[in-house]
Ligand binder design. Structure first.
Ligand code: NI
Length: 136
């Protein structure tokens, strides 16, 4: 008896997603605080963003938010105290915890959070940015 075929159908090959490079993606971003979608995995988006200066205090009532610093020095201000992150550092802001990112110079960062998560969380306002797509 023949086993299942493992051949990838041609339509699936045609849909092969692009290889993305983290640094190239960051280099293509021109405006700070504008997250761009690097990839999606299941129901999560992996985003790249440039940060400079101070953001707004907010929380995400329904989700944790992961920060990975690629370059620069990022402070995540929490009501309980500041968290200092440098290159290659990873930090997860737990759901519902108020936070306000602040940088010393420019920071390149990667964010992982569920699709649809808004950058300003429950605060809203003028700093709210829709997720943008990278130019391939
Ligand atoms: Ni946040």
């Amino acid at each position: 008896m023949k086993g299942p075929t493992l051949r990838v159908p041609s339509y699936a090959r045609a849909m092969t997603p692009p290889v993305r490079n983290v640094q190239a993606a960051l280099d293509s971003i021109t405006e700070p605080w504008q997250p761009h979608r690097l990839a999606s995995v299941n129901d999560y988006d992996v985003k790249v963003v440039k940060l400079t200066g101070e953001f707004v205090w907010h929380s995400h009532p329904d989700t944790d938010e992961l920060f990975l610093v690629v370059s620069g020095q990022l402070t995540i201000q929490l009501r309980a105290g500041d968290v200092h992150l440098g290159p290659q550092d990873v930090f997860v802001v737990p759901r519902g915890v108020e936070h306000c990112p602040r940088t010393d110079g420019e920071v390149h960062a990667l964010l992982i959070e569920p699709t649809g998560t808004v950058n300003t969380g429950d605060a809203g306002g003028s700093r709210t940015a829709l997720l943008r797509e990278l130019d391939d």
